[in-house]
Design a protein around this ligand. Structure first.
Ligand code: HEM
Length: 399
């Protein structure tokens, strides 16, 4: 089976299309949550933070310890205003496009080094050799954790993704899954506490030192808040971009003519990155909790319910994207929701875009062949949140 046809067998996109057509706002009675599929409704859930909250307090969680919960409760991504704004302001500046642009030479250097590592080989694995180490090295350096520990970070991210397959608040029946989650949570806490202690004694010019010195209304952040920041920035800062880069290769496998166009017109790389984000969005869904009884798409959702907003479906909505199921390198406008929307819009979007652009600038210069192998066994990541593949071997030839 070819890579492209194998991919098609695993894709959620036909299901999304059918839901957009037949049940765009849908109550899943078995699991007791709502789902929205159309662009308009997903956009509303993301924009209307008053009714669609990120704060778990609106959810009536069963008083049991076998439910899926976020690893760290005091995290920016789970906050509503006004707390959200105060916390986001602490980390906004290093992620502004202007600050991020200054990282360009460092990102280029890492990219060249990674490709030097496979020079002379006939094959590389896109994920292991390139798409994983690039963003994890960048975010580790920004944060101030040793990038040599990246195998450990990968393990944490893999366990988080593999064991968080359900929806927040859902029961986990398998004790092994619960144990794996708990173990990773303990490991992350211990790891970051050691780093925090080291930075307290010897401050550096990194984000962790900056967070340690930050104050909210005259008070330093608590240990739990610092852990929330460290784990969010480290994990959100790499698995997503890894899949952006790898998913770009999947798009090129499906649309080989796009690779020729990119080689002839490298100025299309930014538009290519945007279309990959739309067409194979690394984050397929986000979850919110209704703070009040709320109307959406003609349905009323009671307060205290979970709502899954399917970004991956919104980005294929024909009403907003003509020929939505076609990969169009020059799509313009391309108002995709891959980075979310509203107050929680991705903090790292400028960084992810820059990493994607630099990666393909360098790849196109350095590799005259970078095609997927036809006999690849395609193994999707087992998650309904993160979309991508576990491994992606390609044929390579250096220039
Ligand atoms: C938030 C996607 C890269 C850090 C988000 C959200 C999405 C997203 C959809 C919104 C979540 C919500 O509304 O609940 C992506 C994608 C990426 C990417 C697709 C890469 C292609 C990054 C990077 C960082 C990062 C490189 C670096 C630190 C964050 C943070 C938030 C966030 C901190 C929470 C923002 C808030 O709650 O105000 N991301 N992300 N992301 N992302 Fe990203």
């Amino acid at each position: 089976m070819s890579l492209v046809s194998a991919m098609k067998d695993h894709e959620p996109f036909p299901w999304y299309q059918s839901m957009r057509e037949h049940a765009p706002v849908h109550y899943n009675s078995e699991e007791d949550y709502w789902e929205v599929f159309r662009f308009e409704d997903v956009n509303k859930v993301l924009s209307d933070h008053k009714n669609f909250s990120s704060d778990l307090k609106y959810l009536n969680l069963p008083n049991e310890d076998n439910v899926i919960l976020p690893f760290f409760k005091q995290s920016l991504i789970q906050m509503d205003p006004p707390q959200h704004k105060t916390f986001r302001n602490l980390v906004n500046q290093p992620f502004w496009p202007k600050s991020v642009a200054e990282l360009t030479p460092r990102i280029q250097k890492i990219t060249y080094e990674l490709l030097n590592g496979v020079a002379g080989k006939e094959q590389m694995d896109v994920i292991d050799d390139f798409a994983y180490p690039l963003p994890v090295t960048v975010i580790a350096e920004l944060l101030g954790v040793p990038h040599e520990d990246r195998d450990l970070f990968k393990h944490w991210a893999d366990v988080q993704v593999a064991t968080g397959v359900g929806v927040i608040g859902q029961r986990i029946d398998d004790p092994e899954t619960l144990r794996a989650r708990q173990q990773v949570q303990d490991e992350m806490s211990r790891y970051f506490k050691t780093i925090l202690e080291a930075r307290r004694k010897e401050p550096q010019s990194d984000l962790i030192t900056h967070l340690l010195a930050s104050e909210i209304q005259g008070e330093r952040l608590s240990e739990e808040q610092l852990l929330g920041f460290c784990s969010l920035l480290l994990i959100a800062g790499h698995i997503t971009t890894t899949n952006l880069i790898a998913n770009a290769f999947l798009c090129l496998a499906e649309y080989p003519e796009a690779l020729t166009s990119l080689r002839n017109r490298p100025e299309l790389i930014p538009s290519f990155v945007e279309e990959v984000l739309r067409y194979r969005s690394p984050v397929q869904r986000i979850t919110r909790f209704t703070a009040t009884d709320t109307k959406i798409g003609g349905q009323t959702i009671r307060a205290g319910q979970r709502v899954l907003a399917w970004i991956g479906s919104a980005n294929r909505d024909e009403l907003n994207f003509p020929n939505a199921n076609q990969f169009d390198l020059e799509r313009n406008p391309n108002p995709h929701l891959a980075f979310g929307h509203g107050i929680h819009i991705c903090l790292g979007a400028p960084l992810a875009r820059l990493e994607g652009k630099v990666a393909f600038d360098v790849l196109l210069q350095r590799l005259s062949d970078m095609n997927c192998l036809d006999d690849t066994v395609f193994e999707p990541i087992e998650s309904s949140v993160i979309y991508g593949v576990k491994q992606l071997p390609i044929r390579i030839q250096s220039t």
